[in-house]
Design a binder for this molecule. Structure first.
Ligand SMILES: [Zn+2]
Length: 340
């Protein structure tokens, strides 16, 4: 039985268009009036954008409705869909908790409220009838201050029962002016025993070799095999895994088509760098994890053996998967045991 792990999924981009549209109809008169027709909304929500920044703008639409009060509504539907339609046994869900707090509060109050948000998300992901192992990754954000980002690291470290790691997100060209601070934040995160990942080498604006030594996994990182394959041996040495999210690159204008990913996979396999295939924003793209797999196979970007290697790598590099084997190995023994 095939059960999967998704290591890179944003809470904001995880709401499928149908669920979001129905939420507007039920609870938000203004947005419901703006999008009276579902198919027009789906088209608006899922169509490709020209740049990463334009694409990130869309997240603000979802963030505006994902408040502490509504988060359980969206997360329940997310877990249900991931279990029923995607066969997920494991999910790491990431977001910037500060952006889910009440904007009318001052910074200190918003920092305090982040703790409630993490708890709400953590409790909402425990859905008895759709069981899977979940953990949160808290995203530091390039548009937030050092103070807020440091509070995010502290919050992550204080709640290992809900959070396994920190990430860095937001527009990647903004990292350039804050590199020393970002290195300090990652250093601090590692000193507090947190796992780390970060959105780097996603676009050609995100080439920051200075940050690579701090990361245990690399969010996207596709520009490394594409433009800087000389770095691959270092990645292999450090045991770093790329979180490759195929559909994203055509939605952000980073790649023209998915076939261009063949170079990414080939060079990584050759250099011994693991890849976990992930969704990034399964809702926003309207592409669930099994379809990411299938698209890569259909386009001959990878074959079945490579797919299986990537699926196993996902469990090996999962920050909070508690077993030494992927679930397939555990279940196969159980299912075959009946016939011994
Ligand atoms: Zn991402």
């Amino acid at each position: 039985m095939a059960l999967y792990a998704d290591l890179h999924r944003h809470l904001g981009g995880s709401v499928v268009p149908r669920v979001l549209w129905r939420y507007f109809q039920r609870h938000d008169a203004e947005l419901s009036a703006r999008f009276p027709d579902y198919y027009e909304f789906e088209d608006f929500y899922t169509r490709p954008r020209n740049t990463l920044n334009e694409y990130l703008e869309l997240h603000t639409l979802v963030e505006s409705v994902q408040t502490p009060e509504t988060l359980p509504y969206f997360i329940y539907r997310l877990i249900r869909g991931a279990y029923v339609f995607e066969n997920l046994a494991y999910l790491e869900l990431r977001y910037t908790p500060y952006l889910r707090t009440d904007q009318s509060l001052d910074t200190k109050q918003r920092i305090d409220q982040m703790r409630d948000v993490v708890k709400i998300v953590g409790e909402a992901t425990k859905v008895g009838e759709y069981p899977m192992i979940t953990s949160q990754i808290l995203c530091m954000h390039s548009r937030l201050s050092y103070e807020v980002n440091r509070a995010i690291v502290d919050l992550a470290a204080d709640h290992p029962e809900y959070v396994c790691a920190v990430d860095l997100a937001g527009g990647d060209e903004l990292y350039a002016d804050q590199l020393d601070e970002l290195k300090k934040l990652y250093h601090y995160a590692r000193s507090r025993n947190l796992k780390t990942t970060g959105h780097v080498y996603e676009t050609t604006n995100g080439l920051y070799p200075q940050l690579l030594p701090y990361l245990m996994r690399i969010g996207h990182g596709i520009q490394i095999p594409l433009k800087h394959p000389e770095l691959l041996p270092e990645l292999a040495e450090r045991g770093q895994c790329l979180e490759v999210c195929p559909t994203t690159y055509t939605k952000t204008g980073t790649l023209d088509n998915l076939s261009q990913l063949k170079t990414v996979f080939d060079r990584c396999f050759e250099a011994g760098v693991d890849i976990a295939i992930c969704t990034d924003n399964a809702g926003l793209h309207n592409v669930r994890l099994p379809f990411e797999y299938e698209n890569l196979l259909t386009l001959d970007v990878i074959g079945f053996e490579q797919l299986q290697a990537c699926q196993e790598a996902a469990f090996r590099h999962a920050f909070a998967w508690p077993y030494s084997q992927p679930p397939a190995s555990l279940l196969t023994g159980l299912l075959q045991g009946r016939y011994d």
